[in-house]
Write a protein that binds this ligand. Structure first.
Ligand code: UD1
Ligand code: CA
Length: 480
């Protein structure tokens, strides 16, 4: 027998979160959908989802997608949330009409805006708890802004918590325009009442859209309660309709990230000049100098020193690593105690071993440099496996590409590669072997041997002297 439905007021409500993400973002003048524009190093929508799934499980979160729906879906599918398709974008109210089937079975629907990425899990929780305890038909998250331009204004009944209407800026009267309490675009609804009255929305407004904001007046007209809950930290609800707003949000997010890292024991000199993405992790006592970018999912250990002008993307860096000025690291792994730079470029698949050194103007790609090995100057090391305690001399080049395919270079432990050598892959330099400077190595070099791959030096004694003498003879003036 099916269980009787629990209708007691103390039952925990079934809560869904709907994130509106179907709009085109006309004001950005972009070929990319608005919610995929990035702030803090990841799409607007990804930030909103991250906050939502800290509050409720992903299976109860629904993104309403429409413009470029497939791209948007693909970008955030890994989060495990659901998607509802709003084929035609006929307004924020219409977005919920198309989600009726998905959301109708919940008790409470929290609506978030996919273009307001500073929202925190804490505020969503407050909104949920406020709505659950006071139980109006609609709770509107509001904020007092110094400059409310562009936002819908909240009309309260006197000074009470009750709201009579939200007026979109285009429809405000001059006195209403002065109201600084704005609609954040975040709401909590009693799902039953939302869907009972949603069809009363009309699109007789300047944009010809169904505005979700009109639900305030509709529910009010039906004698249902509509309340405002003011957010304590107003910038949290900022939306990004324009590039200028987006850049402002990006800056706020990155400064907040720096403050979080400072609190966790990381020194960041001059944080205003650093670009650190939201998902970056850095250990205590690491020092970040000015003008450093740390992007993507980079993880940096403790006691590291990252010097100015380095750009580090999606890399893993151990403890006590020194990155000297102006290095570029992309999908690289640097182990404890290593030293990189200045001016090194570590491309994807670079793995730099413990206490290894990669110096100036050295480029690595798909290369493992073993523990304590050194490549200190002017080298290209691609598709190579380099053992421990190897010395790679200045100007060494692995010739890994034959015009069609890539080939491996293997350098075993303890080998010494003389300066200006070219190692034509596939090739292997054995353990503790020597390669003479300026060699072109095309054949494997056995362990403990010396390979010399260059033309033999010829010395012509007194050649220069003789040359000078013959020149002097020619230069003598002819007396006549
Ligand atoms: C909306 C509110 C406004 C509020 C502001 C807060 C309305 C009518 N106005 O204005 O009161 O102050 O947010 O930031 O709601 N979307 C869809 N489907 C649509 C239309 C929009 O999913 O058919 C999505 C957009 O992608 C966006 C969100 O809904 O993520 C909000 O839409 P947007 O056009 O940005 O509304 P605002 O003009 O900012
Ligand atoms: Ca907006």
């Amino acid at each position: 027998m099916p269980k009787a439905k629990d209708s007691s007021p103390n039952r925990v409500p079934r809560v869904a979160i709907a994130i509106m993400a179907a709009g085109k973002g006309t004001r950005l003048k972009s070929k990319h959908p608005k919610v995929l524009h990035e702030v803090g190093g990841k799409p607007l929508l990804a930030h909103v989802i991250a906050a939502a799934i800290k509050v409720i499980p992903a299976k109860d979160v629904y993104a309403i997608v429409g413009h470029e729906a497939d791209r948007v879906r693909q970008a955030v599918a890994h989060t495990g949330i659901n998607f509802v398709l709003q084929k035609e974008q006929r307004g924020t109210g219409h977005a919920l009409m198309v989600a009726r089937e998905a959301l109708g079975r919940y008790d409470q629907v929290i609506v978030l805006s996919g273009d307001a990425p500073l929202i925190t899990a804490q505020t969503i929780e407050h909104l949920r708890d406020f709505h659950t305890s006071k139980h109006p038909a609609m709770t509107i998250l509001t904020a007092q802004l110094h400059d409310p331009t562009g936002y819908g204004r909240v009309i309260r009944r006197g000074k009470s918590v009750e709201v009579t209407a939200i007026i979109e800026e285009k429809s405000t009267t001059p006195p209403q325009r002065k109201i600084r309490e704005i609609n954040s675009g975040f709401y909590a609804f009693d799902a039953k009442l939302l869907f009972a009255y949603l069809n009363e929305l009309k699109n007789d407004n300047p944009h010809g859209e169904f505005y979700l904001t009109d639900m305030a007046a509709i529910l009010r007209g039906a004698k249902k309660s509509v309340m405002a809950m003011a957010v304590p930290d107003p910038p949290e609800i900022l939306g990004s309709n324009t590039r200028a707003e987006m850049v402002d949000i990006d800056q706020r997010m990155r400064l907040a990230k720096c403050r979080q890292l400072l609190a966790e024991g990381v020194t960041i000199f001059y944080p205003q000049t650093c670009v650190i993405d939201s998902d970056v992790e850095i250990g205590a006592d690491t020092v970040i100098e000015p003008f450093v970018q740390i992007r993507g999912k980079t993880r940096i250990g403790s006691d590291c020193h990252i010097r100015s002008y380095s750009v580090i993307n999606n890399s893993v860096i151990g403890d006590a690593v020194v990155i000297l000025p102006a290095c570029m690291l992309d999908e690289a792994h640097v182990r404890n105690g290593a030293s990189i730079g200045p001016y090194s470029r570590l491309r994807p698949g670079s793995e730099i071993g413990e206490n290894a050194h990669v110096g100036n103007f050295v480029e690595t790609k798909k290369t493992r440099l073993g523990k304590g090995s050194k490549a200190n100057h002017l080298s290209y090391l691609g598709d190579s496996e380099i053992g421990e305690g190897v010395n790679v001399g200045a100007g060494t080049i692995t010739c890994n590409y034959d015009g069609a395919r890539k080939h491996m270079t293997v350098i075993e432990d303890g080998a010494f590669i003389g300066s200006d050598s070219t190692l034509v892959a596939p090739v292997k330099i054995g353990r503790d072997a020597y390669v003479a400077a300026a060699s072109c190595i095309t054949d494997d070099v056995p362990p403990d041997s010396l390979a010399i791959g260059r033309a033999k030096q010829i010395v012509k004694e007194d050649w220069a002297k003789a040359k000078r003498a013959s020149r002097q003879k020619l230069d003598k003036p002819v007396l006549g």
